[in-house]
Design a binder for this molecule. Structure first.
Ligand SMILES: [Zn+2]
Length: 58
């Protein structure tokens, strides 16, 4: 059964598998990254990369 929850690496927009991705916690939310470079990019400037908490698409 394919019950894997996929998530998006906010830095490079790639779909990642939380089981194998690199997790970074920021303001109580966990973000997942395809590789260390993306995680470090996020850590440098989390405000730039973290998606807005309350997103209301038009
Ligand atoms: Zn990435």
């Amino acid at each position: 059964m394919a019950t894997l929850t996929r998530t998006i690496d906010p830095v490079c927009d790639m779909e990642v598998d939380p089981e194998t991705a690199i997790a970074v916690e920021y303001e109580g939310t966990k973000y997942y990254f395809c590789e260390l470079v993306c995680a470090e990019t996020f850590r440098d400037e989390p405000k730039r990369w973290a998606p807005p908490e309350h997103q209301h698409p038009a």
